[in-house]
Design a protein around this ligand. Structure first.
Ligand SMILES: Cc1cc2nc3c(=O)[nH]c(=O)nc-3n(C[C@H](O)[C@H](O)[C@H](O)COP(=O)(O)OP(=O)(O)OC[C@H]3O[C@@H](n4cnc5c(N)ncnc54)[C@H](O)[C@@H]3O)c2cc1C
Length: 396
């Protein structure tokens, strides 16, 4: 149980509060994975510790934490439960869209205040039947009339859609708009929003994200639509925040698999003090890959922070190519590290329910390469590389 007297952000750092959440998430992780159920206890703990509004700007009641600090929180949670970390990461991506692009709109400012005070959980509906992971195109369209909008979207994947307090959905600006002329709208889960489940999320990994497919039907105030086109939101915040929050999740999972492998090797060393355990060499190899993954993630966070100071840089081809590289590299590296951890821990890692089990970790990280297909990202980057030069400078 959570000690209420220690919560409510009373001077405690977000990391201290997240440590308590991670403990709860860790205990539930195997059951969440086995039953493909929503990690309710973890999300309740995140709300209780007031960690859902930490990245909301201070003027709207949040703590104004930077993406660097938020990514660290995701890594902490990722070491306990991959699905919980992915949910928290995806929520933070939606917050970053609001914090970066909602401040000029009174409706979005008010909604940010609500997220911080009521600890609302935000989900996303960019994927659509017939579009797949090509989030810069939509088939569905918002219809706006008399200050109201309506939308019907065949959303193939909405993680924790049935549990979220609101969904940020993309759509074409109008029924006669081009497929890439998109807007994004906030859809609170109230009586003006209906979700009809179309598919069930029974997957290899990330089972607790409960990413069912839904027919999403909604109406509301036209002010819920972001004033900026989605193309700008995607280029200036969503692309980078998505790849950073996802990579942080995968890094957390890989780090926990590594820790289990390290514990295995240490135990073997204790049993035979004069013999170097056979897994020790592989452990060193895994450590190098983990360090590489961390270095790439830290560099990307820094790169985004620098780019945010300059709109031209933020919207540049080279920045998009650099951030795309984080996604593909992190998704591949995480799998390599967990596979090494399995090789080190052997049958005890392969089996469920041992202190060295890494099966859940392996299944969770395999989702990384299909979470917007690496091939799709490579295809995008290959076009960008025809128009840009690789930046070899080591400084800013
Ligand atoms: C854990 C998890 C959670 C998710 N949560 C959400 C969510 O909350 N909201 C949401 O909207 N979406 C979510 N998604 C969906 C995700 O972001 C992608 O949209 C989705 O995985 C893409 O679906 P797809 O593979 O069927 O489609 P596609 O992207 O169309 O890919 C299908 C196949 O075609 C190939 N392909 C397609 N285009 C190209 C190309 N240009 N070049 C080369 N190959 C190509 C790919 O390699 C792939 O094999 C989630 C995914 C995962 C794994």
């Amino acid at each position: 149980m959570i000690n209420a007297s220690k919560t409510e952000a009373q001077g405690e750092s977000a990391a201290t509060r997240m440590a308590r959440v991670a403990e709860i998430a860790s205990k539930a992780a195997d059951a969440v994975d086995r039953d493909a159920r929503f990690p309710r206890e973890t999300i309740d703990a995140l709300k209780h510790e007031r960690l859902l509004g930490v990245a909301i700007p201070v003027e709207f009641g949040g703590e104004g934490l930077s993406l660097a600090v938020v990514a660290d929180l995701i890594v902490q949670l990722g070491q306990a439960c991959g699905s919980s970390a992915m949910i928290y990461g995806m929520h933070q991506i939606q917050i970053s869209s609001l914090a970066s692009h909602g401040v000029a709109s009174p409706w979005h400012c008010d909604y940010m205040r609500r997220i911080a005070s009521e600890q609302l959980l935000m989900a996303s509906a960019t994927s659509e039947a017939g579009i797949g992971g090509n989030l810069r195109n939509s088939i569905c369209a918002v219809e706006v009339a008399d200050g109201r909008f309506s939308l019907a979207k065949d959303a193939t994947v909405i993680s924790y859609g049935a549990h979220a307090d609101a969904i940020l959905a993309t759509a074409r600006r109008a029924p006669d708009a081009a497929s890439s002329d998109q807007v994004m709208t906030v859809i609170p889960a109230d009586d003006k929003c209906a979700l009809e489940r179309r598919s069930v999320w029974d997957t290899l990994g990330m089972r607790g994200t409960c990413s069912d497919g839904f027919m999403l039907t909604a109406s509301g105030d036209a002010a819920q639509i972001f004033p900026k086109p989605f193309s700008e939101i995607a280029a200036q915040s969503m692309l980078a925040s998505s790849h950073i929050c996802w990579a942080a999740t995968w890094f957390g999972i890989a780090a926990d698999a590594f820790a289990r492998a390290q514990a295995f090797v240490k135990q073997a060393a204790r049993k035979q003090p004069n013999v170097t355990p056979p897994g020790a060499l592989r452990l060193s190899e895994a450590a190098a890959k983990l360090q590489e993954m961390k270095g790439h993630l830290v560099a990307a966070i820094h790169r985004f922070a620098v780019a945010e100071r300059n709109d031209d840089d933020l919207s540049s081809i080279s920045f998009a190519a650099e951030i795309n590289a984080l996604k593909v590299a992190a998704s591949e590296k995480a799998v390599e590290i967990v596979q090494l951890a399995m090789l080190i821990t052997g049958i005890l890692g392969y089996k469920n329910g041992t202190p060295f089990s890494v099966g859940r970790h392996l299944r969770d990280v395999t989702s990384a390469m299909v979470m917007i297909s690496n091939d799709r990202i490579h295809a995008n980057t290959s076009t960008l590389l025809l128009m840009s030069r690789f930046n070899t400078r080591l400084g800013d």
